[in-house]
Design a protein around this ligand. Structure first.
Ligand code: MN
Length: 711
């Protein structure tokens, strides 16, 4: 284990201005905090922290990263609190250590998850400062280097698999290939020791056998480029055991048939020279079709840049050649660290993420403005997403701003359609709550629940919105069909004709319908009327409707009428409550079919019903369902005449609120010396509730009269 002096000296080799005092303080603090802990190897736990810090010095990272590396396990594994870290090392270090701690906790929570891709995204989304991720990667690398000390084989295998699934792709995504390769090889050694060993043995054999071939190829390539006045560095690079293994698996071929175990790397000074070198290669050797890839004009998502081609080389064997600039080579191998090194020489053809990383380096280097720093170092890639856990530990990725409704639909549309409530991290929360990264979301479902139109306001995912809309559309259609069935029975009864579905089904084509339910739905929606159906079924019949123009609800015997209960209909969709008379549960009501939008419910004494007097088809007997839910609210409109006296208006509002009424709207319609005419919309449970309010208003000496307003 290296001393603090050695650590400081190491950082100073690439960052002479480093905050030596902070490094020493962090070193001593961590040594003290972990002094009683040991690793499974028997070494002091502190050796792990120094190990992680050293890995970061190899990446030439800044002072804050090294300090964070030393402190990264203090909150998770010792009595140290975040407050202490903040006090002693400042808020910047505090937030970095906190970030690494959170990743460690998330890692523990979801180690069972099989959705590695989502977990990787979660890690990226939670690393709002890339240094958090770099410390975490170094932490994992050190744990992998010391994995052989862990005695339980099962644990070793699990850690290795997790590394392969989560951290190898993460390292690759941020372009840290040397970390990626090492993590991959260490995991491979654990997961498939025998395969790796036989590949290594085979490689050793080939290396001996091919030594002359490699040297000949390099020599010949060098001469070729010299003839074309290109100054190049050429090296042969053996593929890693794991990448050979993967190729053998993917192509299902034995090791002997793998031709391109050695790739030749050609490094030149400029992009222009890259293409020049490529031209020379292709003009000299036969190119193997389908192998050429231009990652310079189109870099990989992690900014990897290079030209790849495979040709039939100098000794008539297939040879893979990679061409790149020196700078690209550094970036490909060392990611962020190389950006650090190359930040002076700005090239022109950088991709979006490359620019972002470069910007990051600029800021790390002159980190004088912490706010600007945090602003710029957010990992942009997954900032627009949140990742939440199901109770079983599955990860569900959602767009930023998603609610439990989105979550429920993302799990399964059936869960979405029946969700009634949600527990977030063990606590009840409203369905409209915005979800945060790492939230554990437990949806409560009930078969009795169905989507409400208001849910659409809270849903941001396309899936949830489409499901809600589709559900409401089918609901609406079946409601229209139900209404249509009632309408047709009523119409036939009035004409004293008999109606049978069998008979009607023969004429479906005439009406452009496929099923009898289609016909009912059209009738319910008011697109067709019952007279059309009667005319088709009974061409000889003359309608009696004209003579019976009287509204249906008045003169007819109620008991044998088809009543459509409001129960089961979705408020605000197929059913509308008329704004003129504000019907309340308990009121006598009547439904009027309005073409294209369903049924409007009026009180049966509403003046506006006059205009439908000639259209008995539109009238529908409806009744309140007996079990009208207790917390549903309806709006009643009152016409109040108030004496023009001090306190009269206040008295009016007090009386309403004392009786648990909620005033939604209040309008003075007329004002004289003695009186005000006022219209008040009050939210109530039912008409009994409204009657209570009216009774107490009538007892007030400041109010002259109170009536329900009817249209
Ligand atoms: Mn650690």
């Amino acid at each position: 284990m290296i001393t603090k002096e050695q650590l400081v000296a190491k950082v100073k080799t690439y960052d002479p201005q480093t905050d030596e005092e902070a490094l020493v303080r962090a070193y001593d603090f961590a040594a003290e905090a972990h002094k009683l802990q040991r690793r499974e190897s028997g070494e002091p736990y502190f050796s792990h922290l120094v190990g992680v810090a050293l890995i970061l010095t190899e990446m030439k990272l800044d002072n804050d990263s090294i300090v964070t590396a030393l402190l990264h396990d203090t909150i998770e594994d010792t009595d140290t609190t975040l407050e202490t870290i903040n006090q002693q090392f400042g808020a910047k270090i505090g937030s970095l250590v906190d970030g690494v701690t959170k990743l460690t906790q998330i890692e523990l929570q979801s180690s069972q998850t099989k959705q590695a891709e989502n977990f990787r995204k979660l890690v990226l989304a939670m690393s709002n400062d890339i240094r958090v991720l770099l410390v975490k990667l170094a932490d994992r690398l050190h744990n992998m280097r010391t994995l052989h000390h862990v005695k339980a084989e099962e644990k070793r295998k699990r850690v290795a698999r997790e590394t392969m699934d989560i951290y190898v792709p993460l390292a690759e995504r941020i372009g840290m290939h040397h970390i990626k390769d090492e993590l991959e090889d260490l995991s491979f050694a654990e997961v498939n020791f025998d395969a790796r060993n036989s590949i290594l043995a085979r490689l050793r054999f080939l290396r001996e056998e091919d030594k002359s071939r490699i040297n000949t190829t390099i020599r010949e390539l060098k001469q070729l480029f010299k003839r074309h006045s290109l100054d190049v560095d050429i090296s042969g690079r053996e593929k890693s055991p794991y990448s050979i293994w993967r190729k053998m698996q993917q192509k299902n071929i034995p090791f002997e048939q793998l031709s391109d175990i050695i790739a030749f790397r050609v490094c030149v000074k400029s992009i222009e020279e890259c293409y020049k070198a490529l031209g020379v290669i292709h003009a000299t050797y036969l190119m193997v079709p389908g192998k050429f890839k231009d990652y310079i004009s189109t870099p990989k998502p992690n900014n990897y840049q290079s030209l790849h081609t495979t040709v039939i080389g100098p000794d008539k064997q297939r040879v893979e050649i990679q061409i790149r600039t020196h700078e690209m080579h550094e970036v490909n191998e060392y990611g962020v660290a190389a950006h650090w090194k190359y930040k002076q020489g700005a090239g022109g053809s950088e991709g979006r993420e490359y620019r972002w990383l470069r910007g990051l380096l600029e800021i790390i280097n002159n980190a004088s403005n912490p706010e600007e720093f945090l602003e710029h170092t957010r990992l942009e890639m997954y900032q627009d997403q949140v990742f939440c856990f199901t109770p079983k530990g599955d990860l569900i990725p959602l767009p930023h701003g998603s609610t439990p409704i989105d979550f429920a639909y993302a799990v399964h549309s059936d869960i979405g359609n029946h969700c009634v409530g949600v527990k977030i991290n063990g606590r009840m929360a409203p369905l409209r709550t915005t979800l945060q990264n790492g939230d554990q979301v437990d949806i409560t479902v009930s078969r009795a629940q169905s989507p409400s139109a208001t849910w659409e306001k809270y849903a941001v995912t396309g899936k949830a919105r489409a499901c809600i809309r589709r559900y409401i559309r089918t609901q609406k259609r079946s409601q229209f069909a139900e209404l249509g069935r009632a309408i047709i029975q009523k119409a036939f009864k009035k004409e004293r004709l008999s109606f049978s579905e069998k008979q009607a089904e023969k004429h479906l084509k005439t009406w452009g319908c496929a099923t009898i339910n289609d016909l009912y739905a059209l009738l319910g929606e008011g697109i067709k009327n019952s007279q059309e159906v009667i005319k088709t079924l009974y061409p000889e019949h003359t309608s009696t409707t004209k003579e019976q123009a009287e509204p249906a609800y008045k003169g007819e015997a109620k008991e044998d009428e088809t009543a459509v209960a409001l129960r089961g209909l979705i408020p605000g969709m197929a059913i509308h409550y008329a704004g003129c008379c504000h019907p309340l549960p308990g009121d006598k009501i009547v439904g009027i079919v309005i073409t294209g939008s369903g049924v409007t419910i009026h009180t049966s004494d509403c003046e506006n019903l006059e205009q439908f007097a000639d259209e008995p088809d539109r009238w529908l007997e409806v009744a309140w369902s007996d079990t009208s839910s207790t917390d549903a609210q309806y709006v009643g409109r009152l016409h109040v005449v108030v004496y023009n006296r001090v306190g009269a208006l206040a008295n009016l509002t007090t009386l309403i609120s004392q009786n648990q009424g909620n005033i939604l709207n209040l309008k003075i319609t007329n004002r004289t010396e003695a009186f005000y005419d006022i219209l008040v919309d009050v939210e109530v449970r039912d008409n009994d509730h409204l009657n209570n309010i009216m009774a107490s208003m009538r007892s007030s000496s400041l109010l002259s009269s109170v009536e329900r307003s009817r249209g």
